[in-house]
Ligand binder design. Structure first.
Ligand code: ASP
Length: 437
C-alpha cells in the first residue's frame, strides 16, 4: 500500500520539527510521497512564512522592492538549513527566489515560494527527488483544478520514484503562471497527490491528534472523534471545524481513499480516520460532532399561499444572483421561507436586496434577523435513532436558549439550529453535555 503524507506548517516550522518529519517518513516504507506546507508558526505570536510572502508581494507592488519581510523569510530558511546541517546553497536559492518574485510580480507566485523552498529543503533532507507543483498541478481557465490533466501529469512524475517530495498549495494555469489554492490549500494538494499515486491512505500530519467532537475553546477537553465519514466531515468543516481544508475531501473521495489525521508531535496517537461514506460503520453514537459559526443574517419572508405560487423562490434567487450573494440555507414552511446568509457575503447590499425582493414577490411581510449563529449537529447515527431532535431541543430549552431557526438537511445526518449570537457558546455546551457527557 502507498501512503501519501502531508505535513502542515507547524510540522515544517523549524529544523527540529523537520527532523521529526524525517523520522516519521522513514519509519514506514509505505510512506512514499510527502507533500509539504510552508513553515508555519513556531510559537504563538510568530508569523507564518506565507503571511510574510504576501507582505513581500505588497512591498513589490507598492515600492518595487522585496523589503524587510523578505529579509525575515531569508533568515528563517537560512536558520532551518543550518540547523539541519544540509550542504545546499540556500543563499543562492534565496537570491534567485527574490529576483523571480520581482520579475513575476504576482501575489500567487510570491505566496507559493514558501512551499517551494520548504519542499526543496525537505527533499534534500530525505535525499529524494523534488517535484515542483508548477509542472504537475494544473488549473483551467476558470481558475479551478484541471483534475484529469493534473492526475496524469502527477502520476507520470511519481512513476518509478521510490519516494518524492511535492510542494503543496500551488500549481499553474495553462500559460504556466503560478496559481494557488485558497489558504490552507496544501491539504488539497496532499489529496491530489494521494489520488494520482493510487494511494491506500492519505495521512495528514498536523499539530493536533485529530478532530474533536466540538470546539475546545468552548467545551473543556471534548472527546476525540475516532472515525468520521467524508459526509460528516464536510458538514463539520464547512461549519468551522478547521483541522482540514474543507475542499480537500473531494479528490480522495472520488477514489475511495481514506484520510487519517495524525499529530507530528504525538506520532503514537491514532488520530482520526475519515472514511468513505460507503465504508462507514455505525459506532452506536447518535452524534459524531458539533460545529458552528456566528454572524449570519436571515431574511424571513411570509406570504399567504406562497406554496401555490409558481416561481416564487426563483424570483427571490434572481435577486441574490444579481448581487452575487450566495446563501447557506433556505428553511421553508407552508407560507414562509427564510434565506440564511453569511453576514460577510452581504457587504452593504442588504437594503437593496430586501427592496428588490419586495418588488419581485410582494411578500406579506419581510423581516431581517441579524447576528444569528448556526450550530450544526452532525452524525449518521441521527438517521437511525428515534428522538435525537427531541433530546437536542430539550437540551437547548433547558439552557434557556430560544431557537430562532431549524433546518434538517435532507441527508438526515445534520440538524442545523439558529440561535442569537450571544447564545452560541451556551448552546454548544448544552448540546455537548446532552450527547457526549
Ligand atoms: N502555506 C499556505 C497557507 O498558509 C498553505 C498551507 O499551509 O496549507 O495558507
Amino acid at each position: 500500500m502507498i501512503k501519501v503524507c502531508k505535513f502542515g506548517g507547524t510540522s515544517m516550522a523549524d529544523g527540529i520539527t523537520m527532523l521529526r518529519v524525517r523520522k516519521i517518513v522513514e519509519s514506514d516504507a509505505s510512506r512514499r510521497y510527502v507533500v509539504v506546507s510552508a513553515p508555519g508558526k513556531r510559537f504563538s505570536g510568530d508569523v507564518k512564512v506565507t503571511d510574510l510572502l504576501y507582505e513581500t508581494y505588497d512591498n513589490i507592488a507598492r515600492r518595487g522592492e522585496t523589503g524587510a519581510s523578505f529579509e525575515k523569510i531569508c533568515e528563517r530558511f537560512r536558520g532551518i538549513v543550518s540547523e539541519l546541517g544540509l550542504p545546499m546553497d540556500i543563499d543562492g536559492l534565496l537570491e534567485e527566489t527574490g529576483k523571480e518574485m520581482l520579475a513575476e510580480r504576482s501575489a500567487a507566485f510570491c505566496a507559493s515560494r514558501g512551499e517551494y523552498l520548504s519542499g526543496r529543503i525537505m527533499a534534500e533532507l530525505l535525499s529524494v527527488p523534488f517535484i515542483d507543483a508548477r509542472d504537475v498541478v494544473k488549473f483551467g481557465a476558470d481558475g479551478r483544478l484541471n483534475g484529469p490533466k493534473t492526475y496524469s501529469l502527477l502520476a507520470a512524475a511519481l512513476k518509478g520514484k521510490r519516494r518524492a517530495v511535492v510542494a503543496g498549495f500551488y500549481g499553474s494555469d495553462e500559460a504556466g503562471k503560478v496559481v494557488t489554492f485558497s489558504r490552507g490549500g496544501s491539504d488539497i494538494s496532499g489529496a491530489i497527490v494521494a489520488r494520482a499515486a493510487g494511494a491506500g491512505l492519505y495521512e495528514n500530519w498536523t499539530d493536533v491528534s485529530g478532530f474533536l467532537a466540538c470546539d475546545p475553546r468552548i467545551v473543556d477537553d471534548p472527546v476525540q472523534i475516532n472515525t468520521i465519514s467524508y459526509k460528516e466531515l464536510r458538514e463539520l468543516s464547512y461549519m468551522g471545524a478547521n483541522v482540514l481544508h474543507s475542499e480537500s475531501i473531494f479528490p480522495v473521495r472520488e477514489a475511495d481513499i481514506p484520510i487519517r489525521i495524525r499529530n507530528t508531535f504525538r506520532p503514537e496517537d491514532e488520530g482520526t480516520e475519515i472514511v468513505p461514506t460507503s465504508r462507514y460503520t455505525y459506532s452506536g453514537k447518535r452524534v459524531t460532532g458539533i460545529a458552528g459559526k456566528k454572524d449570519f443574517t436571515v431574511i424571513f419572508l411570509e406570504k399567504s399561499l406562497m406554496n401555490a405560487e409558481i416561481g416564487f423562490t426563483y424570483k427571490v434567487l434572481e435577486v441574490f444572483l444579481k448581487h452575487n450573494v450566495s446563501f447557506e440555507h433556505i428553511p421553508t414552511g407552508i407560507d414562509t421561507m427564510s434565506f440564511v446568509i453569511d453576514g460577510s457575503e452581504l457587504g452593504g447590499a442588504l437594503d437593496d436586496i430586501c427592496e428588490e425582493i419586495r418588488e419581485a414577490v410582494h411578500p406579506d411581510s419581510l423581516r431581517v434577523i441579524r447576528e444569528i449563529a448556526l450550530i450544526a449537529v452532525v452524525g449518521h447515527g441521527m438517521a437511525r435513532s428515534v428522538g435525537t431532535s427531541a433530546r437536542l431541543f430539550e437540551a437547548i430549552a433547558r439552557a434557556g436558549v430560544n431557537v430562532r431557526m431549524i433546518d434538517q438537511g435532507s441527508s438526515e445526518i445534520n440538524i442545523i439550529v439558529g440561535v442569537d449570537n450571544d447564545c452560541y457558546e451556551r448552546t454548544i455546551k448544552a448540546v455537548y453535555e446532552e450527547f457526549f457527557a
